[in-house]
Design a protein around this ligand. Structure first.
Ligand SMILES: Cc1cc2nc3c(=O)[nH]c(=O)nc-3n(C[C@H](O)[C@H](O)[C@H](O)COP(=O)(O)OP(=O)(O)OC[C@H]3O[C@@H](n4cnc5c(N)ncnc54)[C@H](O)[C@@H]3O)c2cc1C
Length: 376
């Protein structure tokens, strides 16, 4: 029998599970990650890699604070991963532009600029000619833009590969298992049963993304109400540097990669676990992007894909201890899981290591009014 009496088991090797495992392993914990597919290939691969809490217009203060903290942690996070893996995830905090083509939109940006100033967040309104200098590929009818200086992007596919290597380098092994069941008694979690047998652990982290509600063996009261929210994206092959910064236009965002690929995202669809790319989805993305930038029309469309965001009823993630000793939740990151990876990893590692979870209270399952554990 394959028996592992280590400290922590993380189920799910997306960016969230990998980041937690890496953090714990760097702190000296004994960690094992279980994944049924390919590490870093689900939503974490499908995402655009934008690190933009203010552009996202997050309304919940606790979530906005967490996103802002995570953004601030990103440079050190990618440095540590680079040191462990040798892979640079291409972090670029060179600002995000939000453009307006209508006067209402421009007014909304001015109001947002004021609100950001009140929060001491650096941003700057660009007039029409400044906007066209920053993004000469936009349609001439643009009225202006808001530049949020400290936001940016990371190559999330590279980050996933880097984190997987970094985890192994720090001794957090990634195991493949097509079937994983959490085992617990009435008091606490005991470990997981994989297709190779039982593996004991002091703590189990559910980092299963959009599938977190389906993790087998979890007592009903500890099942987070996660719903998949599909996002479709496409990539165009543009000359390197054609689009310099992540840019939001009405109905879409455009995110450049180092190799010239320009990602255009993303739809938002409640369609269950359907991961197909549809004609309608691609049409929506092309309609919005070419409407704002007809200059993109001649480039090749080289890739299309879809992924499932882990959505929650109130838009907040579920982070921290579940109502069963030893079981932890790190899921429901919805549109911001790439951004939230560093802060999630730090706070979940704190909660596991020291039991300190007060910073995670706004994201606890207790907000749903959960009380008793109901072992199955
Ligand atoms: C189109 C799109 C664009 C996005 N853009 C951005 C963006 O610009 N910025 C941003 O911050 N966020 C963005 N997101 C959101 C972000 O991608 C997600 O919030 C984040 O990737 C969630 O990470 P995760 O590790 O929780 O989930 P995932 O990456 O989905 O990983 C979950 C893993 O768990 C595994 N798993 C599930 N169930 C089991 C099980 N029972 N046993 C074993 N393994 C299991 C899965 O196979 C998977 O590998 C985007 C998402 C999409 C879809």
């Amino acid at each position: 029998m394959n028996r592992f009496d280590g400290d922590v088991i993380v189920v799910g090797a997306g960016l969230i599970g990998l980041a937690i495992a890496f953090e714990l392993a760097e702190r000296g914990a004994s960690v094992r990650i279980y994944e049924r597919g390919e590490p870093g290939r689900a939503a974490s691969w499908a995402g655009a890699g934008m690190l933009a809490p203010y552009t996202e217009r997050i309304r919940n203060e606790a979530l906005l604070d967490l996103c802002a903290a995570s953004l601030a942690e990103y440079p050190a996070f990618v440095e540590r991963i680079l040191a462990a893996s040798g892979i640079d995830a291409s972090l670029q905090l060179d600002g995000v532009i939000y453009v307006a083509f209508e006067s209402d939109g421009l007014q909304a940006l001015r109001e947002q600029a004021k609100a950001l100033t009140a929060r001491h967040v650096e941003s700057r309104m660009l007039d029409r000619s400044e906007t066209l200098r920053a993004a000469p590929w936009l349609r001439g009818g643009v009225l202006g833009a808001l530049l949020k200086s400290g936001e940016g992007r990371v190559d999330n596919r590279r980050l996933g590969r880097a984190l997987a290597v970094a985890c192994e380098a720090r001794g957090a092994h990634i195991e493949h298992s097509s079937s994983i069941t959490v085992e617990c008694d009435a008091r606490r979690v005991l470990g997981v049963r994989t297709d190779r047998g039982f593996v004991g652990a002091g703590a189990v982290v559910n980092a299963c993304g959009a599938w977190a509600a389906q993790l087998a063996g979890v007592p009903r009261a500890c099942v987070p109400p996660i719903e998949p929210v599909k996002g479709q994206m496409i990539a165009l092959a543009t000359p390197v540097g054609f689009v310099r910064r992540a840019t939001w236009v009405p109905g879409a965002y455009l995110v450049p990669r180092d190799d010239g690929r320009l990602l255009v995202g993303a739809t938002s669809e409640a369609s269950g676990f359907d991961e197909r790319v549809t004609a309608h989805g691609v049409h929506e993305l092309l309609h919005a992007s070419l409407g704002a930038a007809p200059a993109l029309a001649g480039f090749s469309l080289t890739e299309s894909w879809a992924g499932l965001r882990p959505g929650t009823p109130d838009g907040l993630p579920f982070l921290g201890p579940a109502p069963l000793d030893g079981l932890f939740l790190a899921t429901g990151h919805y549109r911001n899981g790439i951004l939230l990876a560093p802060a999630t990893a730090r706070l979940i590692a704190d909660a596991i290591e020291t039991g300190a979870a007060s910073a995670l209270e706004p994201f606890s399952m207790a907000r749903l009014g959960t009380k008793a554990v109901d072992p199955q």
